[in-house]
Design a protein around this ligand. Sequence first.
Ligand code: B12
Length: 307
Amino acid sequence: MTLTLLQEAATALGFSRVAALPITQVEDEFRVFYEEYLTRCGHADLKYLERPERFTLTAIYPNAKTLLIFLYPYRFRSVEAQLRAAPYKIARYAWQKDYHYLLKEKLNALLEKFNWQGRAVTDSAPVLEKYWARRAGMGFIGLNSLLIDPLSGSYFLIASLFIDEKLQPDLPRRDLNSFLANDFHTFCKDCTLCIDACPTSALSGDGLMDTQKCISYQSIETKEAAVYPEGTKKHRWIFGCDICQQVCPYNKNEKSYSDEKFNETHPAIPLVASGEDTLTRSEIKGSVLERRGMKKVRENKEALEKF
Ligand code: B12
């Protein structure tokens, strides 16, 4: 089994990149950094970020020999103008079918095709997805705290496949001492567009973010009604937010548009963006909106009226 064969099969399913990593430990330096981050910045009520399994890959799949990491691009040309001009904004990753189902189906198809035993994960188990993708050489952590591929930007989702077979890594692994600061210095240089553009000043300037302030957290994750900090600039985001990606120069690359045959827009999205907020459960079924329901969307609209 070669990575080229896997890359071909993954490309046919819409993934843009694959990398293989041996099952290994999280660096101590990173663990200290991560724990300090949670103490310093907190995680709002995202309790799962404290789970110790996040540091041990075999806690997710005990027989794992290799961790395969996939990038799945989501940037649509056809509906972009319409959704950008709509009165309410919905984050791009949410325009298609809920990625938790979409990507798991694809990874499970790869498990079957290559006869592996394993476990498919995308934001569905305590895995440090950006950390491992960065370590596999798939990109750098930008000042907006996202993983950015210097060639295609940041509009992709990360999915992981734990498999019971040893595969050779294709890319040289990152130097363990290459600290985050090197990422900003090397790739963001003196650009601060994302920090300056964030309406709630959620980005701290050292690649970290204040979860509580992030529009994405407030408009999707919090169980309470969205509350934006004093001084928040006017915005129209009612589900997620892409501002720190929209302004990023790495996302200006035309190549980062996805092949739309893999990313069909869910019919509920243009309706909700146009202001429709009475869709039924069955009308939002299969979309990312389904998890929080239309009630959250209505509450988010009310929160925007307060500016
Ligand atoms: C919780 C979460 C959120 C929270 C953020 C809370 C927080 N403080 O991180 C909220 C709800 C706000 C959120 C928002 C979004 N999210 Co989110 N989120 C996650 C989740 C589930 C966990 C992230 C996490 O662990 N955070 C804790 C912090 C401390 O760790 P970290 O963010 O992983 O990474 C830091 C460290 O790893 C460190 N680091 C990385 N490598 C190294 C190496 C060394 C040596 C060291 C020292 C440090 C270091 O730098 C990073 C920056 O702080 C991941 C999926 C997953 N299971 O990993 C998706 C994920 C990060 N989210 C994703 C997306 C798409 C988004 C949004 C763009 C969605 C949207 N449009 O609204 C926004 C972007 C906001 C932003 N600017 O980050 C994608 C990102 C893809 C990418 N290109 O990076 C992920 C990977 C989901 C996926 N499966 O694709 N998210």
